[in-house]
Design a protein around this ligand. Sequence first.
Ligand SMILES: Cc1cc2nc3c(=O)[nH]c(=O)nc-3n(C[C@H](O)[C@H](O)[C@H](O)COP(=O)(O)O)c2cc1C
Length: 188
Amino acid sequence: MKGLILNFSPRKKGNSEYVANEIYESLRTKFYKLELLNINDLNISKCGSCQEYCYKYGICRIRDDMQVLYKHFEEDDIIFFITPVYFYHIPGYAKIMIDRCQPYWVKKYLLKNLNLKNRKSFLICIAATKGEKLFHGIDLTMKYFFDIFNLSFVKKQNLYFKNVELKLEIVKFKNFIKYYIDKLNIRR
Ligand SMILES: Cc1cc2nc3c(=O)[nH]c(=O)nc-3n(C[C@H](O)[C@H](O)[C@H](O)COP(=O)(O)O)c2cc1C
């Protein structure tokens, strides 16, 4: 089994990084290959909406680190996405990454030549405040992003943290995070 843990937070030693490391340490022996990446360490250019190429071929003509992520999104069995909430959404750089997946939307819905198997994915969101609609924007974007790659979006299997602001404040939920990872019941 191959897997990816993708951290959207630019903050070093922050809450998303803590959760990403916990998942990695708990699950790595269950995978043939489990990779932990932070998109902020990758070089990702913005979508140029070059429809004459993207919409014709379902391929992005920009060559950068998206090639690494495309491979994971196409092939991995399980993918974890961990994000802080920024202005009621994912951080801008993460949205740039998602926009670059438009060629796969084209392949799936216009060219109808994308046949990826159904795989599991999990979304973990971390916010400082406790507004009722904190995660609405993220859920919508991630649901439609997952759909392109046939990655599952099951709200009750995701994790949503409120009231977590300072670096490593998430550690107050340490036991709950361990329980969540155990309950995922991921086997070799
Ligand atoms: C640019 C920016 C925007 C933010 N916007 C929100 C927000 O809209 N709602 C919220 O509850 N927290 C917001 N926060 C707080 C972060 O979501 C919170 O501190 C989180 O724990 C950071 O996680 P991290 O340590 O993984 O980066 C924002 C933080 C930053 C830096």
